[in-house]
Design a protein around this ligand. Structure first.
Ligand SMILES: Nc1ncnc2c1ncn2[C@@H]1O[C@H](COP(=O)(O)OP(=O)(O)OP(=O)(O)O)[C@@H](O)[C@H]1O
Ligand SMILES: [Mg+2]
Length: 346
């Protein structure tokens, strides 16, 4: 996670669309100096990993052709079950010098030869024992390579490679003031995936990718109401479709939201097992799927804690170059914005 003080294009290759945002920063204020997105077919990504490289390359090239960005430097992301982020206690001598100052194998559910590994040391072990607290991130080499290839094929320079759920946390921290000791659950409900990042004090405690996204709500509306995909998308977003409106669709949407709630409940239970002294104070929702009617209400009822929509544009001035498209996409741009903000990491 190489940061810097130079503008970057945040490039979020998501299951439903490629989103690209360029930010500049003056003082504490960010401004969008370029924005573009291009849709992807449902076969382009599988479980967050690029499956149809040609289709993704076309979409990436199209965002760079239309976005009129000033910089060629890109911050891109990887996501899904090929990516693991976890808190670990590393040996005291784990150093940033050299490849890895320790054997990562015991920490990972992957064959270490198949993954790229990175880590950041947080500080002396909070448990009081030897070693240092750290965050370890690993991603399948093939997935990393496909992502970098998509950037270089478009003639851009991959300057930063991040995990989507960590970029989400970055966007959260820039835009929302949260007490440093508050534990928050940051959810990115995408089209095919939902990431859960439970974080405190600027560091993730637990990150999980769940196979659930906006497509599930679309599919139930298609099946039960015999709609085309675009009609179901419209209905979800509040459009009237024939005699149907979002009120009629509510019970169907809610039944699918219940599935997401149970997945998140499982993740929270695992979190409580791993961190018995921690309590989640609030939930922040981002991602296009979080706009599905009733989601915040259902989460509020299920977990009984504060549920808020993440606003990745709170600290960002939307310049004239970026049209209404930016505001229209709102929470779906959280990851792209968090990636672009890596250009200005302290
Ligand atoms: N107004 C809306 N109401 C309900 N759902 C919406 C709305 N706008 C977008 N969506 C849904 O959001 C999803 C896309 O969100 P997003 O762009 O965050 O996903 P992605 O990044 O492409 O996918 P993933 O993160 O799963 O790889 C789609 O399923 C879409 O139907
Ligand atoms: Mg996404």
């Amino acid at each position: 996670m190489l940061g810097g003080r130079k503008p970057l294009v945040g490039l979020d290759i998501g299951s439903s669309a490629v989103k690209a945002v360029e930010l500049t920063r003056t003082g504490d204020a960010y401004a969008i100096t370029g924005f573009a997105q291009a849709p992807l077919g449902s076969d382009a990504l599988i479980d967050g990993a690029i499956a149809n490289a040609a289709a993704v390359s076309r979409a990436v090239e199209s965002v760079f052709a239309s976005g009129r960005f000033k910089t060629r430097r890109v911050a891109a992301n990887v996501a899904g079950h090929g990516v693991i982020v976890k808190r670990v206690v590393l040996p005291d001598d784990a150093s940033r010098a050299g490849p890895l100052g320790f054997d990562a194998a015991p920490y990972l559910p992957f064959d270490v030869s198949e993954v790229d590994v990175d880590y950041a040391v947080i500080g002396p072990s909070g448990g009081g024992g030897p070693g240092v607290d750290a965050v370890l991130a690993a991603a399948r080499k093939a997935q990393v390579r496909a992502c970098l290839d998509a950037v270089t094929t478009a003639g851009r320079v991959p300057a930063v490679l991040d995990v989507g759920a960590l970029a989400l946390q970055n966007a959260f921290e820039v835009n929302h003031d949260s007490a440093p000791d508050a534990t928050v659950a940051l959810l990115d409900v995408g089209a095919a995936l939902t990431s859960v990042n439970i974080a405190r004090g600027g560091w993730p405690l637990l990150i999980r990718y769940v196979s659930f996204g906006g497509r599930r709500w679309t599919e139930i509306l298609q099946q039960e109401l015999r709609l085309e995909a675009d009609e179901a998308e419209g209905l979800k977003a509040g459009k009237q479709v024939g005699v149907l409106d979002v009120e009629t669709a509510a019970p169907l949407l809610d039944s699918v939201t219940d599935l997401l709630v149970s997945e998140v409940r499982r993740t929270f239970a695992f979190f409580t097992e791993s961190f018995p002294d921690e309590a989640i104070a609030s939930i922040y929702l981002a991602g296009g799927g979080s706009r599905t009617p009733g989601v915040a209400r259902k989460f509020q009822a299920a977990f009984g804690i504060e549920v808020r929509g993440m606003d990745p544009l709170r600290a960002v001035r939307v310049g004239s170059k970026a049209d209404a498209g930016v505001r229209g996409s709102g929470p779906a741009l959280a990851v792209a914005l968090g990636l672009a903000m890596r250009g200005f990491d302290a």
